[in-house]
Design a protein around this ligand. Structure first.
Ligand code: C5P
Length: 217
């Protein structure tokens, strides 16, 4: 057993089920969890609160440098307007650079007593933690993801229309996969889990098998 933390990298598009999986895997295996989307969302929220433009590189980079742990649990981060602005700031290479240390530091020094960490996002297996012990890419058909996101929004009391939700997901997929720096990609050594026809429990069991085998070495 080495003292190096055990790292699970989970990437995938919005509403694919990767966040739920990351949280549940972390609980099951005694790992810390970092939802790296919150860093981009916190950056976006700071920009919007300053009435600045998320596409303005100076404003976005300054905001990314102000992000710290205390901002990551703000309920406003879940707002769809913030998600949209997050995908705009996330295309900026300097924003990504400013947030990289936070993510790598979390992976290198997960909060005690965790023996490792699960990080979920878009570029974890490719850029943030390329040496991760397990790499998963969680995806699902856009229509199924839109239905899931719609149900989440409605459950939290937000009125939303299916076609708008689908359009927004496709907008973010295109931006996230098409940007020049750290685009969303399937790392060559990742296991792809398509959750279109799987419920959250089935996804957890499939991923747990992979993690258990990696822990056993
Ligand atoms: O995962 P979530 O939907 O919260 O992410 C919000 C946005 O943050 C994504 O659409 C993406 O643009 C950006 N992001 C990223 N890299 C990550 C995590 C999130 O570019 N590792």
């Amino acid at each position: 057993m080495t003292s190096r933390p055990f790292i699970v990298a989970i990437d995938g598009p919005a509403a694919s089920g990767k966040g739920t999986l990351a949280r549940r895997l972390a609980e099951r295996f005694g790992l810390a969890h970092l939802d790296t989307g919150t860093l981009y969302r916190a950056t976006a929220l700071l920009v919007l609160e300053d009435n600045a433009d998320p596409a303005d590189p100076v404003a976005a980079t300054a905001a990314a440098r102000r992000v710290d742990q205390s901002l990551l649990s703000d309920p406003l981060l879940r707002d769809e307007r913030v998600a949209h602005a997050a995908s705009v700031v996330a295309a900026n290479p300097e924003v990504r650079q400013a947030l990289l240390d936070f993510q790598r530091n979390f992976a290198a020094h997960p909060p005690v007593p965790a023996r490792g960490a699960v990080l979920d996002g878009r570029d974890i297996g490719s850029v943030v933690c390329p040496a991760a012990d397990v790499k998963l890419f969680v995806t699902a058909d856009p229509e199924v993801r839109a239905l899931r996101r719609l149900a989440e929004l409605q459950a939290s009391g937000v009125a939303a229309i299916y076609s708008d939700v689908l359009q927004e997901l496709e907008y973010r997929d295109t931006r996230d996969a098409g940007r020049g720096t750290a685009p969303m990609v399937v790392p060559p050594d990742a296991v792809v889990i398509n959750t279109t026809a799987l419920d959250a429990d089935a996804v957890l069991e499939r991923a747990s098998d992979i993690v258990s085998r990696a822990i056993a070495g």
